[in-house]
Design a protein around this ligand. Structure first.
Ligand SMILES: *[C@@H]1O[C@H](CO)[C@@H](O)[C@H](O)[C@H]1NC(C)=O
Ligand SMILES: *[C@@H]1O[C@H](CO)[C@@H](O)[C@H](O)[C@H]1NC(C)=O
Ligand SMILES: *[C@@H]1O[C@H](CO)[C@@H](O)[C@H](O)[C@H]1NC(C)=O
Ligand SMILES: *[C@@H]1O[C@H](CO)[C@@H](O)[C@H](O)[C@H]1NC(C)=O
Length: 500
């Protein structure tokens, strides 16, 4: 082979490779996810009976992880019959602000399913990987309720571990059936629906001779029937019937939806934590009986395993030593606690809680015996003595151990304390707000760090100035003993604060 021919050969091969790679690049560049903004959002949505929109922010990590999966799902769903369209809007862009407000975008990514040209909006509650997205959206794009014609249909549709709502009708028409379909369309993101002409296809319950809503559930009485076909009444029924008498909190993922629902509910809450390996028998049936007494009385019950409740304990600022423990929480967030509780004492405690006879409980770290650091440690139990009744001018930092801005502030506060060391009337202090409850009404702590100044005469101001030694000392000197600046506690948010 001559040199020249060999070169031509390589050229051809390279050209071919090049061609392939450009083709591939083009294929990759074709985006199936539509990019929308304020100029073309409404027109695009109006053209679709069903469209999915992701509101994202370019800096959001979850959005970046979702992007390739979302794109893959979009490419698969583009060949669905009819095609399902996926779109995205950069909700962090000022120009799209009106859209984010309209669609109540509160976090990123926020995915909405828009139906009927945008007239109906539903939250996307499905998985975040391509196959899961495809399956979920195919189902959401289909009819809200599926017909069950046989026991086999029922077996393939009904997940025994989940809530399932079936409508039993003598015929698939008439006002009851229509109301049922309306309900299914309204709640389709949260529950699975089906309709059937014969209750005997369903795994549980007796035959019925009039339109009946039958809710199948994996707990308590296992199914519940309802026959008032008013949409709101049915929704209320489903919501109540799908809430276990006692929500179980352990590591079993099947319980997660109920736990989620429990914590989201607006009811007062009672939570009992025991060690499931050693104490469950002693508590369970008594606790179930108590919960049964309060059924329908706007109070939710949870039974949690001490061994899997680390996060909850942190949230309520309690610890394992206090178990078995029963906690109460009212709608306004007040906390009640009985540590080391015995099975026979719970009923009385719950009654007192329900009757408002208990005193709210504030968690506190122990008062430190040795408070010799320059920045003094204040805990809930020493707040009165050290801050309000000390007769001193106190600068108090509310912090969280994990908060970066607090770590940056620590050496500055230390310097402030050094500078004012010889002034017996000034104290620089800090309170770990993740381990201590802050009494209601005095301080408003919405982010970390939050700084308050209490003058010797009792005036309370929030410090919102720059976090430099000079500015802080300035502020203390200006406001100590007496203060004139009544309007200083403005609601302006410093941008360098970490939100709770
Ligand atoms: C909407 O407008 C933006 C900005 O002009 C553009 O990038 C995008 O491709 C448009 N989307 C559609 C579907 O027309
Ligand atoms: C729960 O009980 C088991 C069995 O007695 C014990 O091994 C375990 O340490 C206990 N767990 C806690 C968190 O108390
Ligand atoms: C307090 O703690 C410091 C440092 O941890 C130590 O040096 C000091 O001796 C302690 N003082 C008392 C009274 O325990
Ligand atoms: C804080 O510092 C910034 C920049 O150094 C300055 O522009 C601003 O006026 C300061 N704010 C206050 C309240 O002193």
């Amino acid at each position: 082979m001559s040199q020249r021919r060999a070169l031509v050969g390589i050229f051809v091969i390279l050209a071919a490779l090049f061609a392939v790679s450009t083709a591939e690049a083009e294929a990759e560049e074709k985006e199936y996810v539509l990019t929308l903004d304020h100029t073309n959002f409404s027109d695009t949505v109006a053209k679709h009976n069903f469209i999915v929109v992701e509101f994202y922010a370019p800096w959001c990590g979850h959005c970046k992880r979702l992007a390739p999966e979302y794109e893959k799902a979009a490419s698969i769903l583009s060949s669905h019959d009819p095609p399902i369209t996926l779109a995205k809007v950069d909700a962090s862009d000022e120009v799209n602000k009106e859209l984010s407000t309209k669609y109540r975008v509160q976090g990123f990514p926020s995915i909405k399913i828009l139906r009927d040209g945008g007239n109906k909006v539903q939250d996307y509650k499905g998985p975040r990987e391509a196959d899961g997205i495809v399956t979920y959206l195919k189902k959401q794009a289909g009819p809200a309720s599926t017909e069950i014609k046989s026991r086999e249909d029922a077996a393939s549709l009904i997940d025994e571990k989940k809530i399932f709502v079936a409508g039993v009708f003598p015929k698939f028409s008439g006002v009851e059936f229509e109301k049922f379909i309306t309900l299914a369309e309204k709640l389709r993101a949260d529950y699975d629906f089906a309709h059937t002409l014969d209750a005997k296809h369903l795994p549980r319950g007796e035959p019925v001779d009039k339109p009946t809503l039958r809710l199948l559930k994996p707990f308590d009485e296992l199914f519940a029937d309802y026959q008032d076909f008013d949409v709101d009444a049915m929704e209320k029924f489903i919501n109540e019937a799908s809430t276990p008498k006692v929500t179980v909190f352990d590591k079993n993922p099947d319980n997660y939806p109920y736990i989620d629902k429990f914590f989201r509910s607006k009811f007062a809450k009672v939570l009992l934590f025991v060690n499931f390996s050693s104490e469950l028998d002693a508590f369970k049936s008594k606790y179930d009986d108590i919960a049964a007494l309060y059924k329908g009385k706007d109070i939710g019950f949870l039974l949690g395993d001490v061994q899997s409740s680390g996060g909850v304990f942190q949230y309520f600022k309690v610890n394992e030593d206090q178990a078995p423990l029963v906690l109460g929480q009212t709608n306004d967030g007040e906390k009640y606690l009985k540590p080391n509780v015995e099975p026979d004492h719970i009923a009385t405690w719950v009654k007192d809680f329900k009757d408002g006879k208990l005193k709210p409980f504030l968690s506190s770290e122990p008062i430190p015996e040795n408070n010799s650091e320059r920045v003094k440690v204040v805990v809930t139990d020493s707040l009165e003595e050290m801050v309000f009744n000390s007769g001193k001018n106190v600068l108090l930092e509310f912090y969280a151990p994990w908060c970066g801005h607090c770590k940056q502030l620590a050496p500055i506060l230390d310097e402030v304390a050094i500078s004012l060391e010889n002034d017996p009337n000034v104290m620089i202090a800090k309170l770990d707000a993740t381990a201590n409850d802050i009494p209601k009404g005095k301080f408003e702590v919405k982010g970390f760090p939050t700084l308050y100044f209490k003058s010797a005469s009792g005036n309370l101001l929030q410090y919102e100035g720059n976090r430099t030694k000079e500015d802080i000392i300035d502020f203390i000197q200006k406001n100590r003993d007496k203060t004139i600046q009544s309007g200083s506690a403005t609601s302006e948010e410093p941008s360098s604060r970490e939100e709770l």
